[in-house]
Write a protein that binds this ligand. Sequence first.
Ligand code: ZN
Length: 124
Amino acid sequence: MKKAVLNEIKAILLAEKERLEKELAQFAHRNPKTAETDFNSDFPNVGDSEDENAAEVAQFTDNLSLENELEHALRDVEGALKRFDDGSYGLCSYCKQEIDEKRLAARPTSSSCIKCKKTLTQEV
Ligand SMILES: [Zn+2]
């Protein structure tokens, strides 16, 4: 794959990482004891009445599912960036062939080629 294309994709991934981390930081904090990509949602504090407590729980539940979603996306992005570091980015993790550039442009976190992906999905 061309170096220029790779650099472009890396820039997209880094921007995505920053965006995800910013979004997570709005309602969660990094868990300092575990993995870098593990965030804990903050419990919102609206007020102390029963209604307000119920609202807090509802918001916290929403935050948790959003947290999961964002964490998952962040892990994918960080995994892809790690593959840049060890030089395996753009190679299928199953057959070790180059992944199609168009596929990577559409989904920069892909770690498998279309052929392997199809084989895997059919197995399920
Ligand atoms: Zn493959």
